[in-house]
Ligand binder design. Structure first.
Ligand code: ADP
Length: 365
């Protein structure tokens, strides 16, 4: 069964009822560009397009207006202010020479009283229009949200870019030094490669956010090798901040599906936050627990811990506390990444201890 356009149904019912009641239809003709009614004028009736095309627009500021749509033959407009007896919320103008059927408010009311089908058709057309408006509104909201997210994300990425750049600078200086041994040069080269890699990953992430998607694909990864690589990659940068990473339990030597590139970011962010909170240096302790179904990773620092009132807000995007350059995105990104892996992340606040973050990663066979 086809679903007829409710606007066309309303217009044809209206025409049929006018004929049945032997009323004389009021036909109004407009030349291209001519105003049919202006925003703010009192709603006195409904218009149905018989021929031509009508454009509806509303002012969004004193000098600019926003197009709300066009109406073709079989469609009607002007019903809202007619029913509410309110000023017109938009301006209607003829886009082409147009012939319109005008039905005054009193006549519309009378016809609807006689013909309940007309009321139903109008309700149907209304609900369709609300649905279209909602979809349009949600789309606009998402777009605005995405654009503002990109703006803030750029700030965070630009901030994050400074770290790899400073490591590259240090490594470059070390390699260029006249008494650098071949081994030191080789190490510096490796570090530079790692950091350039990290920079390109960050830029890719930014690109993905700006495209509106975050791809999440997994492949089997050896967890122990993955952790060893992260510790190796971050060692120099952390050492320069007098921060030491200590493994307090063996890393489970298991292979399970991960997105290593994204999970990397979780460790970088948690290590980065720990280093930020310990400006005079400290220790980051990592522990693992294999529960059979999942691996629990615990990362603890020797900093002051979280003030109790912020624990609930830690993972809220853009929540930042006590940092001049904080963007509040690091932990929310960690949460997204862990959840995309099917895990959970949560903070543990224990009196007398530093901050502890625990997260789970399911081990699928
Ligand atoms: P940002 O670091 O840009 O502020 P995050 O989402 O990474 O954003 O962190 C949010 C807030 O959580 C931080 O501003 C900080 O107040 C708090 N926080 C994060 N990690 C720690 C930590 N290891 N110790 C104490 N507070 C922390």
């Amino acid at each position: 069964m086809t679903n007829p356009d409710p606007r066309a149904t309303f217009v044809s019912l209206l025409q049929a009822e006018i004929e049945q009641q032997q009323l004389t239809p009021v036909i109004r003709e407009y030349k291209t560009g001519e105003i049919i009614f202006a925003e703010g004028s009192l709603g006195d009736g409904i218009y149905a397009v018989l021929e031509g095309r009508v454009h509806i627009s509303a002012y969004v500021s004193q000098t600019s207006s926003h197009s709300l749509g066009e109406f073709a033959p079989g469609e009607f407009f002007g019903e809202m202010s007619t029913i509410n007896v309110a000023p017109r919320s938009a301006t209607a103008a003829a886009l082409q020479d147009s012939r319109l059927l005008f039905v005054s408010r009193d006549q519309v009311m009378e016809l609807m009283e006689r013909c309940p089908k007309l009321v139903f058709a109008l309700l149907h057309a209304f609900s369709n229009r609300i649905r279209e408006t909602n979809a349009h509104f949600v789309h606009q909201m998402l777009e605005a949200e995405r654009l503002s997210m990109i703006g803030r994300f750029v700030r965070s990425i630009v901030h994050d870019l400074k770290n790899p750049l400073s490591v590259i600078l240090l490594a470059g200086d070390a390699a260029a030094s006249s008494n650098a041994s071949p081994m030191l040069r080789e190490q510096a080269k490796k570090r530079m490669h790692q950091q350039v890699d990290r920079l390109s990953r960050m830029l890719n992430e930014l690109l993905r956010v700006s495209e509106g998607s975050t791809q999440h694909s997994v492949e089997p990864v050896n967890f122990a090798a993955f952790i060893a690589e992260i510790i190796e990659e971050t060692r120099e940068e952390l050492e320069s901040k007098k921060v030491r990473v200590e493994l307090q339990s063996a890393v489970p030597d298991l292979v399970f599906p991960l997105n290593a590139r994204r999970l990397n970011r979780v460790f970088y962010n948690l290590f980065g936050n720990a280093a930020d909170i310990m400006p005079d240096g400290g220790v980051i302790t990592i522990r693992f627990q294999n529960t059979g179904g999942e691996i629990i990773t615990e990362i603890e620092d020797s900093g002051p811990g979280f003030p109790p009132d912020i624990v609930q807000k830690l993972f809220t995007p853009f929540f930042t506390h006590g940092k001049a350059t904080g963007t509040g995105l690091g932990l929310s990104i960690c949460k997204n990444i862990i959840e995309d892996h099917g895990g959970r992340i949560w903070p543990v606040a224990e009196a007398g201890r530093g901050a502890i973050f625990r997260f789970t990663l399911p081990i699928e066979s």
